[in-house]
Design a protein around this ligand. Structure first.
Ligand code: CMP
Length: 147
């Protein structure tokens, strides 16, 4: 599936502000198939592990605290060219630089509370997807073929 999936999280701020439905709607309307989906609260240890590449950044502790501050929605998304297309749909990390109409332009509050996470490479999409979902909890588009 490498190259066909990406991983996303709707972050605590967007969940708290009741944007789950609108964001999932934009995801579906943009042609992504939802392979896996769950709402959960991250432990401090999980958030630290998930964002470990940012460990040395000055914003690391505050990012981890924010990501544990309330529930998140985690999802695997499937589409041709998933990583790149999803990054285009969500817009720049800093919402003041995000293109109008993107998820972050509409729902982010700040660079930290930027509504959603999206994988930045196929390799990270695989790593991040396995972090949350075993194979048994994945329902790829192909699995509906004979319904
Ligand atoms: P995300 O796509 O989840 O990947 C790393 C996260 O770090 C990013 O979104 C932001 O939430 C956060 N981040 C990146 N740069 C900054 C920054 N300069 N200040 C605060 N948070 C940041």
């Amino acid at each position: 599936m490498e190259g066909r999936i990406t991983f996303t999280m709707i972050k605590p701020g967007a969940v708290k502000n009741e944007h789950i439905g609108a964001i999932l709607g934009m995801i579906n309307k943009s042609g992504f198939h939802i392979v896996s989906l769950k709402m959960m609260r991250l432990s401090k240890e999980s958030a630290e592990r998930f964002y470990e590449v940012h460990k040395c950044r000055p914003f690391f502790d505050s990012l981890v605290d924010f990501m544990c501050s309330g529930p998140i929605v985690a999802a695997i998304l499937e589409k041709e060219n998933a990583v790149e297309d999803y990054r285009r749909l969500i817009g720049a990390t800093d919402p003041t630089k995000a293109e109008p109409g993107t998820i972050r332009a509409q729902f982010a509050e700040s660079i930290q509370k930027n509504a959603v996470h999206g994988s930045d490479s196929d390799e990270n999409a695989m790593r991040e997807s396995y972090f949350f979902f075993p194979e048994i909890d994945r329902f790829y588009k192909d699995s509906f073929k004979n319904d």
